[in-house]
Write a protein that binds this ligand. Structure first.
Ligand SMILES: C[S@@+](CC[C@H](N)C(=O)[O-])C[C@H]1O[C@@H](n2cnc3c(N)ncnc32)[C@H](O)[C@@H]1O
Length: 200
């Protein structure tokens, strides 16, 4: 198994218990930079694999070949700052590993991303539609709708805009359900929409 472990924005105390557990239990932890190294070092000695601009493709190619073999028998974690589901080097590594060996299982451990933690610092409450994006924000490829108690209705509009859509209910809770959008759902439901799927 290859784990993508989210380390949070930089404060060790913002690491989740699930991340802590995985980091302790796997055979090896790989980190891509000094900040991630310093966080994991408080738990165990990680292996630092720097992914420098200019040589990123080459390093990722090499690392993914190694992990494509190793992660069949062993559990390894790649640990990065923020939440590894967002704009993370882990995406490329995971995709390459699965491309090289589709029997390797990938699991992502979520964490506190920079763009939610900043609102705590600012003491700013988000209570209206918000756009989290990169500088190319005219071309939104992902949308998450909170308070989606009528998933089907919400999804129809998104599908018309060309998005693929799922209903995501009680994520990481008892009764977790990811399914085609239904007419009605519980309060703990989001609609997640994307234009180019980028998970393996
Ligand atoms: C490659 S993205 C990784 C995002 C990360 N996976 C996350 O969930 O926060 C890197 C960008 O995230 C933002 N970022 C990450 N950590 C941050 C922090 N502690 N403070 C401010 N911005 C941060 C910066 O805009 C930075 O250029």
């Amino acid at each position: 198994m290859l784990y993508g472990v989210s380390l949070g924005p930089g404060d060790f105390e913002l690491l989740t218990l699930k991340a802590y557990k995985v980091l302790r239990e796997v055979e090896e932890v790989i980190v891509p930079g000094e900040l991630a190294y310093e966080i994991v070092k408080k738990i165990r000695e990680p292996r630092l694999v720097k992914i420098p601009m200019g040589r990123a493709e080459e390093v990722i190619e090499e690392l993914s070949s190694e992990l494509a073999e190793k992660c069949v028998e062993k559990d390894v974690a790649f640990a990065a700052l923020g939440d590894v589901a967002f704009f993370s080097t882990f995406q490329k590594i995971a995709e390459k590993v699965v491309e090289k060996n589709e029997s390797v299982k990938i699991e992502l451990i979520p964490g506190v991303p920079s763009f939610t933690s900043v609102f705590s610092k600012l003491k700013l409450f988000v209570n209206a539609p918000i756009l989290i994006t990169t500088p190319e924000f005219e071309d939104v490829k992902f949308k998450v709708v909170l308070k989606a108690k009528n998933p089907k209705k919400i999804s129809e509009a998104l599908e018309e805009e060309g998005f693929e859509v799922v209903q995501a209910e009680k994520i990481f809770m008892d009764g977790e359900k990811i399914c085609e959008p239904e007419e009605k759902a519980s309060y703990f439901t989001m609609v997640v929409a994307w234009k180019e799927k980028s998970t393996s």
